[in-house]
Design a protein around this ligand. Structure first.
Ligand code: UDP
Length: 373
């Protein structure tokens, strides 16, 4: 079969690879000048540091199949994300852990004492938290919420945490020990030569052709037997029902001779500081050595039509618009919508890969039995 995949990010690459290995011809197009989507990495021409051009990406998963899959195409180096946050003139450790709690409250609590102490701060009248704010008040209480989450979240999402779903905060654990690894997944690492090299490895198959700086046209779809669309869901339908909300990011690059902040990610919890975080990219590749350093100050804002979409906002009031688009998408029998933009969900890389592998398998099974997906 002739397959068209729109988008050369993780979803397009993984689905393309699986179908190519099964004997299908895959044409992958991308409007940008590079593969890899927002995972794209490249070396800074001035400092030589590997840059996460569209913001930090740390690979972490509990899915052994996904871990084995990425390790087929790239060498992974051990990497654990240890994030710090600056709030009210002090630096703390994230995710909220025993060190954060003891430092913030000026105490020397042991794990059980800290658990009881935080429980006493938490708002136990909230039994079924729905919003980000309710989730925070229920699990860490007002003081920690205001120091670490409220201002950051207002900057990151451009709205009140009362309007955001609890699921966003559920990404972050609270720990009553000194474990400051941002993720608790079994497998964590960083591709030695960056994500673009990983994705190039996945795309390296004789049945795959990649065309960059190429915009989708309906004529391309007519030439194909099936289309996998990893661009924005609403974009496929020319935004005919209205636009789904996205946040985009602006990065202010600066260089420094030496070590600017001593860690890869420094968050800024205070509302008055306009950026959300500063990333110092050489710390994402601790096995390399660079004198110079490249840092990004990261600012979040509502995406305009011409901006690159990063985070689907998924405000409660957007739910019905999303449902309408999903209905339209489901009615497209020869198009499958995939990935973060194609399904309008906040997906981590490992989940994206898992879904892409499963989508390819379902497609191959139905192609064999002659059914439409
Ligand atoms: N968050 C926060 N303070 C922080 C870090 C995160 O309030 O210092 C909130 C914020 O709303 C963010 C969410 O938790 O969007 C998820 O954080 P994560 O680090 O997973 O965000 P990502 O790295 O995907 O942008």
């Amino acid at each position: 079969m002739k397959i068209l995949l729109v988008g050369a990010g993780l979803s397009g690459a993984v689905i393309g690879r699986q179908l190519a290995e099964a004997g299908h011809d895959c044409r992958i197009i991308d409007s940008r000048s590079h593969i890899g989507g927002n995972c794209h990495t490249e070396r800074d021409s001035e400092t030589g540091v590997m840059l996460h051009v569209y913001g930090p990406h740390i690979f972490h998963t509990d899915d052994e199949g996904v871990w084995n899959y990425v390790n087929r195409f790239a060498e992974f180096m051990p990497f654990q994300n240890r994030v710090k946050t600056t709030s009210q003139d002090a630096v703390y450790s994230l995710p909220v852990n025993l060190h954060t709690i003891n430092q913030f409250f000026g105490k020397t609590l042991r794990p059980d004492e800290a658990r009881a102490f935080i429980e006493s701060k938490a708002d136990s009248s909230i039994t079924d938290p729905q919003t980000f704010e309710e989730q925070a008040l229920r699990f860490v209480g007002r003081e920690l919420y205001e120091a670490f989450f409220k201002g950051y979240t207002e900057k990151q999402w451009g709205c009140s945490p009362q309007d955001l779903p609890a699921s966003i905060l559920k990404r972050l654990p609270v720990r009553f020990n000194y474990d400051d690894n941002y993720f608790f997944h079994r497998f964590q690492g960083m591709p030695r030569e960056g994500y673009t090299a990983l994705i190039a490895g996945i795309l390296d198959h004789p049945r795959i052709t990649v065309e960059l700086e190429t915009t989708f046209t309906p004529a391309m779809a007519e030439e194909a037997d099936h289309v996998f669309w990893s661009g924005p869901l609403d974009g496929y339908f020319d935004y005919s029902l209205g636009r789904l909300g996205y946040r985009t990011l602006d990065f202010e690059r600066f260089t420094y001779q030496g070590d600017y902040q001593g860690c890869a990610v420094m968050n800024y919890g205070d509302r008055e500081v306009p950026w959300t975080r500063i990333t110092e990219h050489k710390h994402f590749s601790p096995w390399e050595s660079h004198e110079g350093s490249t840092c990004y100050r990261e600012y979040s804002r509502a995406a305009e039509p011409e901006d690159i979409p990063y985070y689907p906002i998924r405000l409660v009031e957007e739910k019905s618009l999303l449902e309408e688009y999903v209905r339209l998408a489901e009615a497209q029998k020869s198009v499958t919508f995939v990935g973060r933009l194609g399904t309008y969900r906040y997906l981590d890389m490992d989940v994206t890969i898992r879904e892409a592998l499963d989508t390819a398998e379902t497609f191959l099974t139905s192609a064999q039995t002659g059914q439409q997906m």
